[in-house]
Design a protein around this ligand. Sequence first.
Ligand SMILES: [Zn+2]
Length: 282
Amino acid sequence: MLDAICNYDPDNPKTYSIFEFKILAASELDKLRHFLICPVCQQKAYFRKASIDGRQACFGSRYHKIDCAEFNPSVRKEEEEKQMLEVEKVLLESDSLVIDFSAPLVKAKKTPEKISMSHKTSPDKVINTQPEEVKDVAKSEPKVSKQGLKKLLISLLRGSSLADSDLWIYTSEKHKWRAKNLFVNIKNAQPTDNGAPRMYWGTLSHADKSLNWLNPAENSSVALPIAKYRDDFLSRFDIKKAVDLEGAGFILFGKCVLSKDKKRRFIHLWGNDLQYLYLLKN
Ligand SMILES: [Zn+2]
């Protein structure tokens, strides 16, 4: 994307070329980068600085409509379309969905997609095998699908109906939620009445220099403090510099809290356990 529209002043949206935008003063740039949208499909966009390994500064969007001209045909587009269709199929055909927090970060050859809720996997088996696929599910048994965070995130970013769905989602054997109550775009993040966690998702604008804070693009008053699991996070997702995080998609199961002055909101990862967080890098 060579241009992006900036809605900092909603009454006077301004179109920036990447060449104009990248030379703005740092403070101006950090202020405006939260208000960028795709000039074609009007979806949320991000700005990414040039990196020392030679990647040019650019605009991009994780939210392009599937038919947006700026969403160029690519391996990624095909892959994302496929993942989105799979989730749409789950919404149509399944009674509930189990989130597979242990799904491998790198795509395995073949993972079983359907398991029975009554199926138990012994802990020692988990280490080297996938849960066995249940071949013949009795007709009376509800149809349960199992999906990892990556697929759910891609589907949410591309505007699937998952976010508004009544589908039951299991975050553990004991905890289930209606999808529409569980998934919350980061722009709408608010502390819940009873302190219950939610599955927050969105895209990152940028991180601070020390890589202790992640700033979502959708809402500049929300931040993700990652200091407590920073080093594991950086190695798990192979992050070397702050620029590696710009424009990345994210989903995490966590709790939203207000800052002391009540002006900002922070999302704390559940149990500081990285299995509850997925990062979709560019
Ligand atoms: Zn677009």
